[in-house]
Write a protein that binds this ligand. Structure first.
Ligand code: FES
Ligand SMILES: [Fe+2]
Length: 355
């Protein structure tokens, strides 16, 4: 896969991995088994028995260990085989399973698919709003998307599509496409921002503004952080341009490649209005997920199907005024991926020179 390995990806919403039982999901084309130890610690193992390669999630839990369904080898949370009912019980040296670093933060489980020695939790993006949110003002959601993760980054970093794709809830009334939004790239982040006046306001905000039929000042800002995490701030205010006095929605779009052509799409959604209403909380998250699945997903999946396995730049895409942000994100990510490969081949060269 063309993806960064030495980085943290969201693997699951924390409550997808329960105290009992097992959970599994494919990440970067690798099957992963998740479960929780008796003390609550979540662990991630390669979901593949080293004997005849049965998926371990088909087996059963034995306390803090997992027993394979096929010939009953048993593994602890470090992936070491602790029990074999075969022969004299000798455990063959290859009977071990890879364990992946896993950190629980912001209500998500973050996994490191690369070199475990480099898995520093300080490299998880800094998202202070997610650290300690009002419980009724945070929604976390999951969508499966039949498209490469970079196509989804393109979708979020180029919001000019909102003018044309989205219905009443998110409609921006043609105000974004004419703009050449300012873009700032710094380190492993790219920031893009649109501001406009809309009359009547976007459906997400209109019923909650003082004058639902009147004009509103609106903005949306997207911060991309490599490899594929995006933080959106969307706001609307009436009677001034002081957005702090208006309605603000903060939305995290955290993408994890499943394969070259599919993506796990995690949402974290917060707001500064109706913060005490759990009912509104559920409705907002449901509306967002329904909107994405009905309006974004079919188009992005159709793009993926049309592109087949072709590499994006090899198709020589036409570029528009809204494209600097997604292009900068693509270029920065490719640089990081190329550096990772160069580091690996550099290390391999050093090893062969030493041999
Ligand atoms: S495949 Fe797991 S013990 Fe044989
Ligand atoms: Fe969209």
């Amino acid at each position: 896969m063309n993806a960064l390995h030495n980085t943290w990806y969201v693997a699951a919403i924390a409550n997808e991995v329960a105290t009992e039982g097992m959970f599994h999901r494919r990440i970067l084309d690798t099957s992963i088994l998740f479960y929780r130890l008796a003390d609550g610690t979540a662990v991630a193992l390669h979901d593949r028995c080293p004997h005849r390669f049965a998926p371990l999630h088909l087996g059963k839990r034995v306390g803090d260990e997992v027993q394979c369904a096929y010939h009953a080898l048993r593994f602890n949370a470090d992936g070491q085989c602790t029990h074999s009912p075969h022969g004299d019980g000798t455990i063959p040296p290859r009977a071990c399973v890879r364990r992946f670093p896993l950190v629980e933060r912001y209500g998500f489980l973050w996994i490191w698919m690369g070199d475990a020695q480099r898995a520093d939790p300080a490299l998880i993006p800094d998202y202070p709003l997610l650290a300690n949110p009002v419980p009724t003002a945070i929604g976390r959601g999951y969508m499966h998307m039949a498209a490469n993760y970079e196509l989804i980054v393109d979708n979020v970093m180029d919001l000019s599509h909102v003018d044309h794709v989205h219905g009443p809830l998110l409609n921006t009334a043609g105000k974004l496409s004419p703009q050449k939004p300012p873009v700032t790239a710094e380190g492993n982040t790219v920031l893009v921002r649109w501001e406009w006046q809309q009359h009547p306001p976007m459906g997400l905000f209109a019923p909650l503004l003082p004058d639902p039929e009147g004009a509103a000042e609106q903005f949306v800002q997207v911060q991309w952080t490599a490899p594929s995490n995006m933080f959106l701030t969307v706001g609307a205010v009436q009677g001034s341009k002081d957005y702090e006095q208006g309605l603000i929605s903060w939305d995290y779009h955290l993408l994890t490649p499943e394969s070259d052509t599919s993506t796990h799409y995690f949402f974290g959604s917060l707001r500064n209005f109706m913060v005490e209403s759990e009912e509104f909380n559920q409705m907002k998250l449901k509306n967002m997920i329904d909107t994405f699945m009905a309006e974004d997903e079919p188009l992005i999946a159709a793009v993926q199907a049309e592109m087949g396995g072709a590499e994006f730049w090899s198709l020589k895409p036409a570029l528009l005024s809204s494209d600097p942000a997604p292009v900068k994100a693509r270029r920065r990510l490719q640089q990081l991926i190329d550096d990772e490969h160069a580091g690996q081949s550099g290390a391999a060269l050093a090893r062969s020179a030493a041999a």
